[in-house]
Design a protein around this ligand. Structure first.
Ligand code: PEP
Ligand code: MG
Length: 580
């Protein structure tokens, strides 16, 4: 028996067999071949292409059966690339004239494609090279005899272990067969972790070397509460994990009693507790957990795993289904926040040395005004059916707000010209997640209807700590005095301008922080559905007056550790104990 420690990224306990996915890139060596081996190499190439095609076809039908038709676009594009005669003829020509092996020829063909694509003016088409790269990578793996599926699609229950697991990967897993996720890299606020929580999958991240050290098929216990992975457990350990799992599930079900109760303090102060959602199916679970609407809809998940952006009509349908699922509560739709660790198939993000500081979020949307307006029109169109709010991500200054709002006005004019109705008073808010926006909060507050603080990014940029870097996770400190001072300043600026201040980073879902956030004056917290009941329970035990004193008390300390110790001394968090 062996125990690995990592980051507790998504709660819950699961036991099962390990399925290791090797996500490292294929190593390809190029070597010379004699002229009489040319036809053999060309035949190997053709066979690998055919094998890859069959793999993709079977993956496509499996995905269609298990996860529906929504995420099939990317496979269809890959099949089209594979069917292109030029791929085979160029690589074969290189084998023939260069007298090199098929793998080397395929790599050289890819270089040529890269050069050709780099000369294309249209940025969207230029970025299609990422699809070509993915397809060629698959063919190369097939030649090496490696398992080429990006994700296992068999019907066994399994625990996935991977070096890295991207948000796009998360959206492709068969949720009925995956019990838990283990990764070697990634942190608690990475989008992969956020999705694991949204999908109710226990996850432990930052478990170094696990894919190299363990064999496929070995039994493990994943404890997403303590952040441990126990390998090959003995009988006693297995039984004790089972009891812990049952206890966790019992507490979760007992917490559901709080769902219908109002989110108010003992002295009658109301706080909106809303949900963060990524996929429409989460709407129902949000209501079940007593959330009063959506405070953050991460629409970028809808743009992933597909070669083309969804058109306006499709967006309307998806936003509407989310709206119906949570009616009559408000739906806060955040415009596309791609980039950083949320990579879209159709965009070449690889050229960026610092993706977290690169072309992402509102910057990306403003660089594609037609696509952006398409999204805005879609949001506006659903605004007639129920309360909708629009939220712009990663605002760094006034120009971005004004340009985004001007495009929103254009979108409204276009709808009016086409005779399509919308709510002309739709609320427009911004996310405060860049230190510059904190500094300018008083000015920005005059331009918008609400603020929502994205602490996941705000902490990252304030402390200069990559939110996805498991090595630095101990330095990623929500209670850092610099963060707390920023939060205080944001709320003061919002209230000074008469607008509400919300918070939708992962910090909102941590019960220990509730008294501080309440005491600082936040009007709304938005979090993963799984956190709402714990937070509501603590809220219902607090008074606003005491929370304000606790929040004030935090500013007497100069380190995150001191603040945390102070908070722990002030409140009891044992949720189970106070269940009637
Ligand atoms: C945040 O940064 O806190 C946030 C809510 O947005 P995201 O996690 O999607 O970047
Ligand atoms: Mg963010």
């Amino acid at each position: 028996m062996q125990i690995f420690s990592g980051i507790a990224a998504s709660p819950g306990i699961a036991m099962g067999r390990l399925c290791i996915i090797d996500r490292h890139h294929t190593v390809v060596s190029e070597y010379p071949i004699p002229s009489d081996a040319v036809s053999h190499e060309i035949a190997r190439l053709a066979r690998a292409i055919e094998d890859t095609r069959l793999e993709l076809e079977s993956l496509k039908s499996h995905l269609a059966e298990t996860n529906g038709e929504d995420h099939l676009f990317f496979i269809e594009t890959h099949l089209m690339i594979l069917a292109d005669e030029r791929l085979v003829s160029e690589a074969s020509e290189i084998i023939r004239t260069g007298l090199i092996n098929a793998e080397g020829a395929l790599r050289r063909t890819l270089h040529r494609y890269r050069e050709t694509f780099a000369r294309i003016d249209d940025p969207y088409l230029r970025e299609r090279i990422s699809d070509v790269e993915t397809v060629i990578e698959r063919v190369l793996r097939s030649m090496n005899g490696d398992v080429a599926e990006p994700l296992p699609q068999n019907d066994d229950l399994m625990i996935i272990a991977a070096h890295d697991f991207t948000p796009a990967d998360m959206l492709q897993i068969n949720r009925n067969h995956v019990l838990a996720i283990i990764t070697e890299i990634g942190g608690r606020t990475s989008h992969t972790a956020i999705l694991a929580r949204a999908l109710d999958l226990p996850a432990v991240m930052g478990v170094e070397g696990i894919t190299d050290l363990l064999p496929d098929g070995i039994v493990v216990i994943v404890d997403g509460l303590s952040g441990t992975v126990t390998v090959d457990p003995d009988q006693e350990t297995f039984q004790s994990a089972l009891r812990r799992k049952q206890h966790y599930e019992y507490v979760e079900s007992e917490l559901l009693k709080f769902a219908p109760l109002p989110a108010v303090t003992r002295d009658g102060h109301q706080m909106h507790l809303r949900g963060n959602v990524e996929i429409p199916e989460e709407g129902a679970s949000l209501l079940e957990h007593g959330g009063s609407g959506v405070g953050l809809y991460r629409t970028e998940m809808l743009f992933m795993n597909r070669p083309f952006m969804p058109d306006e009509e499709e967006q309307v349908q998806i936003y509407r289904s989310m709206q119906l699922a949570i009616a009559p509560h408000p739906l806060t739709i955040r415009t596309l926040d791609a980039g950083g660790d949320k990579l879209l198939e159709g965009m070449d993000h690889s050229a960026e040395a610092n993706p977290a500081l690169g072309a992402r979020a509102i910057r990306l949307s403003l660089s594609m005004p037609e696509e952006f307006k398409k999204q805005l029109r879609a949001i506006l169109r659903v605004s007639v059916d129920g309360p909708v709010r629009i939220m712009f991500p990663m605002i760094s200054g006034m120009e971005e707000v004004r340009t985004a709002k001007a495009l929103l006005e254009e979108a409204k004019r276009e709808l009016t010209a086409s005779g399509i109705s919308f709510d002309s008073t739709v609320q427009v808010g911004i996310m405060i997640e860049i230190p510059a926006a904190v500094t300018l909060a008083d000015l920005l507050a005059r331009e918008v209807d609400f603020f929502s603080v994205g602490t996941n990014d705000l902490i990252q940029y304030t402390l200069a700590i990559d939110r996805s870097n498991e090595q630095l996770s101990h330095m990623y400190q929500p209670l850092h005095p610099a963060v707390l001072r920023s939060l205080r300043r944001i709320v003061q600026a919002a209230h000074g301008a008469g607008i509400p201040a919300g918070l939708c980073g992962e910090m909102a879902g941590e019960p220990l922080y509730l008294p501080v956030l309440l005491g600082l004056g936040f009007d709304e917290l938005s979090m993963g559905a799984g956190s709402i009941l714990r937070v509501k329970q603590i809220l219902r035990r607090c008074t606003l007056e005491r929370a304000a004193r606790i929040a004030e008390g935090c500013f007497a300390f100069s380190t995150a550790a001191e603040v945390e110790m102070y908070l722990k001394s002030q409140i009891t968090l044992d949720v189970a104990e106070s269940i009637d």
